[in-house]
Design a protein around this ligand. Structure first.
Ligand SMILES: Nc1nc2c(ncn2[C@@H]2O[C@H](COP(=O)(O)OP(=O)(O)OP(=O)(O)O)[C@@H](O)[C@H]2O)c(=O)[nH]1
Length: 332
């Protein structure tokens, strides 16, 4: 109780007496303390708001110590202001002591934090790191784009490999059959003509037997090129079997397909493969033509072209035969 009484004892000599109650001195001391008090009470609020809102802020504790230290300075200035008219010097002394203690604690903390604070990268370093990151990011994007291009390219190559016959470079059987399937759907839907030509090299076994497989291969390659030269860009030809080619000819009826087949036959008959020690090798082929009829399935369609081809072979080879019910009968 005695201590509280002493603390609240404002009966000591007011500080105004030291200032001789002079207006100019009072104005400076009172005005200065008033402004400082106001400022020192608002700064801690700002610091606390900052610490609470920025949870990524480093060194929270030092900000809070600063807030306490500045607040206590504000209290000291407030009591100085009061003590111009009163004499609460015990209270002011306690406020100053507390301020001193908190200041010393803050100073110690600051010195201990300095190495840590210095270790934080500067804005310049961060900007440089950012640039490096941007450059690395861009490099990754470019690398990714180039990888994607390579994958696309490789996929195309693989697709081509999977659909191409390596010897003749024509599309393989699977692909020509798929083409035929979709052309049949188109012919059915739009009611347009569609024909196929089955082309089979004549006496190919003899070529292999007499001249060897390499010559046989060369002949197949030359024949494939020859057929390709004769068909339109919209037509497709593929290697259907060993020495058998299948041409799919959309928008073409049996008569026109037969004319095309005849031109191919003629062209094939002009092929000659140079041989090392003998005269050039001559060859020929037989061709079976069939025009699509709505309702046929693909196997039937191919089978009818095959039957026409069979007839061409059996009628002496090196000729074209068109499928008709007569052919069917003849073939069976
Ligand atoms: N060199 C070579 N020969 C092949 C290839 N594929 C199949 N052959 C051969 O082609 C020949 C086909 O013989 P056959 O089916 O008897 O037919 P062909 O001798 O042409 O007789 P016809 O069709 O009646 O004129 C066989 O000897 C197969 O080995 C190939 O890729 N290269």
């Amino acid at each position: 109780m005695e201590i509280i009484g002493r603390l609240l004892d404002g009966s000591l000599m007011p500080h105004g007496h030291c200032l001789l109650w002079r207006g100019d001195l009072l104005l400076m001391h009172v005005g200065g303390d008033l402004l400082t008090t106001l400022a020192y009470f608002t700064i801690p609020i700002a610091l606390i708001i900052l610490v609470r809102k920025r949870d990524d802020l480093e060194f929270d504790s030092i900000f809070l110590m600063f807030a306490a230290f500045i607040f206590l300075c504000g209290v000291t200035h407030l009591l100085s202001l009061v003590n111009v008219w009163h004499g609460y010097y015990f209270l002011e002394g306690i406020a100053k002591s507390l301020t001193g203690l908190v200041s010393v604690a803050t100073a110690i903390m600051i010195w201990r934090l300095i190495p840590k604070a210095l270790a934080i990268p500067s804005n310049k370093t961060l900007r440089e790191k950012n640039h490096q990151l941007d450059a690395a990011h861009q490099e990754l994007i470019n690398l990714n784009a180039s990888l994607e291009r390579q994958v696309k390219q490789r996929t195309l190559q693989l697709e081509k490999l999977a659909s191409t016959d390596p010897l003749t470079n024509l599309v393989n059987r699977r692909t020509i059959v798929a083409t035929l399937e979709s052309e049949m759907e188109r012919a059915e839907r739009y009611d347009v003509a569609l024909s196929i030509i089955m082309i089979d090299m004549d006496d190919f076994k003899r070529v292999n037997d007499e001249h060897g497989h390499l010559v046989g291969d060369k002949l197949l390659q030359t024949a494939a090129k020859g057929v390709q030269q004769f068909i339109r860009k919209t037509d497709r030809v593929g290697r259907y079997g060993g020495e058998e080619f299948l041409a799919v000819v959309p928008h073409c009826d049996a008569d026109n397909a037969a004319r095309l087949a005849e031109r191919i036959r003629y062209k094939m008959a002009t092929i000659s493969i140079p041989l090392e020690s003998r005269e050039a090798l001559q060859t020929s082929c037989s061709l079976g033509v069939a025009q699509y009829q709505p309702g046929w399935d693909m196997n039937e369609f191919i089978d009818y072209a095959d039957k026409a081809l069979y007839k061409a072979k059996h009628s002496g080879k090196n000729q074209v035969s068109v499928y008709s019910s007569e052919t069917k009968n003849g073939a069976e």
